[in-house]
Write a protein that binds this ligand. Structure first.
Ligand code: ATP
Ligand code: ASP
Ligand code: MG
Length: 309
């Protein structure tokens, strides 16, 4: 796989292709934004620097080379890896349904340059719903993705080939524990071979995803698209102070980094909610069928490769 070139090194025909991908991106963003607003979600603006961000730990797929921090006005802040904490707090205190386009900075290990699906800066369409269960989120996502196929078919001469795989929902759901038992560490390959969208549930990971302490099972989910891999991660959320605290300590995280959400949980102000985040560049890569995620970014952000612009 060739690494994407920056726009100032593209030929005329490559620039033309980039324009086409960009306009499909505009179409995709408009469609998604309209759907969320139509469904009663409030659109909130993202944060970049904060005392609290996603720890991205523990996560079976995590591969972060460096976590970025800065000092501003005498305070130490972290660069957003995901807006999960803000999302849960805003959903609990402010809006029953919300979404944001959140810039995520994740300094992925440099060997991820060639996965084709990792960038070190990308955008999550992150959303959260109060009082929702996992099944509600799964149903909502399936309906939006299925509609996406329909609107592309109506608005473009040819349906992008990958979208043909968006079969009528409901989609298959697999338990990650069982996949691991059956196929070992490389279970993702088997899921992708199915050539249809697939949900994977019960994935051991960060403290904010709900875990039943009696069974050990996690109430979370990832969506896999054929010929891509993971496009969405989400969960029903943990809201009990004692469980959050226990998991933060179990994961070796610093309590002070999650002070606000912990204090709110302690006073019963963190509400039951569920949500997810969709990787926008990954989704666009899939829709446009380009080989590398950097090819859908106007300014590619490829692990290990820092361009001049
Ligand atoms: P992966 O295992 O593929 O590295 P992840 O599980 O670490 O991803 P999440 O923390 O679940 O990623 O992030 C939510 C969504 O954001 C993912 O489902 C994916 O669509 C997108 N995403 C995550 N990391 C990247 C990245 N480095 N570049 C582009 N998109 C990403
Ligand atoms: N956006 C994800 C979620 O909603 C969290 C993440 O980015 O890791 O669960
Ligand atoms: Mg994930």
């Amino acid at each position: 796989m060739e690494l994407p070139k920056p726009i100032y090194n593209l030929s005329d025909s490559e620039i033309e292709r980039k324009r086409m991908i960009g306009s499909m991106g505009t179409f995709l963003l408009k469609f998604l934004t309209d759907e969320f607003i139509k469904n009663g979600y409030q659109w909130i603006m993202p944060v970049i620097f904060s005392k609290s961000t996603d720890p991205l730990w523990p996560d079976p797929g995590a591969s972060i080379e460096k976590r970025l921090e800065a000092e501003i006005y005498g305070s130490n802040v972290k660069v957003t890896q995901s807006m999960i904490v803000h999302k849960i707090v805003a959903c609990s205190l402010l809006y029953e349904k919300l979404f944001t386009y959140s810039p995520n900075v994740r300094i992925e290990k440099r060997e991820r340059a060639f996965t084709g699906i990792h960038a070190y800066e990308f955008t999550q369409l992150d959303f959260e719903i109060r009082d929702a269960e996992s099944a509600d989120v799964i149903k909502f996502v399936e309906s939006i993705f299925y509609k996406l196929k329909k609107v592309f078919a109506e608005n473009y001469d040819h349906l992008p080939s990958n979208l043909e795989n968006l079969i009528n929902p409901p989609w298959k759901i697999f338990d990650s524990e069982k996949l691991r038992e059956e196929f070992g560490q490389d279970w993702e390959k088997n899921v992708l071979d199915l050539n249809e969208p697939v949900w994977v549930v019960n994935i051991p990971r960060e403290f904010y995803d709900y875990q039943d302490f009696n069974t050990g099972k996690w109430d979370n989910y990832d969506l896999y698209l054929p010929a891509l891999g993971e496009v969405l991660s989400g969960a029903k959320r943990e809201f009990k102070y004692s469980k959050m605290l226990e998991k933060i300590s179990r994961d070796g995280l610093k309590e002070e980094n999650f002070k606000v959400i912990l204090n709110l949980a302690k006073s019963g102000k963190i509400k039951k909610c569920a949500g997810a985040g969709i990787g926008i560049e990954r989704l666009l890569k899939w829709v446009t069928n380009v080989d590398h995620i950097g090819n859908v970014q106007i300014f590619p952000r490829i692990p290990g490769h820092v361009y001049d612009l």
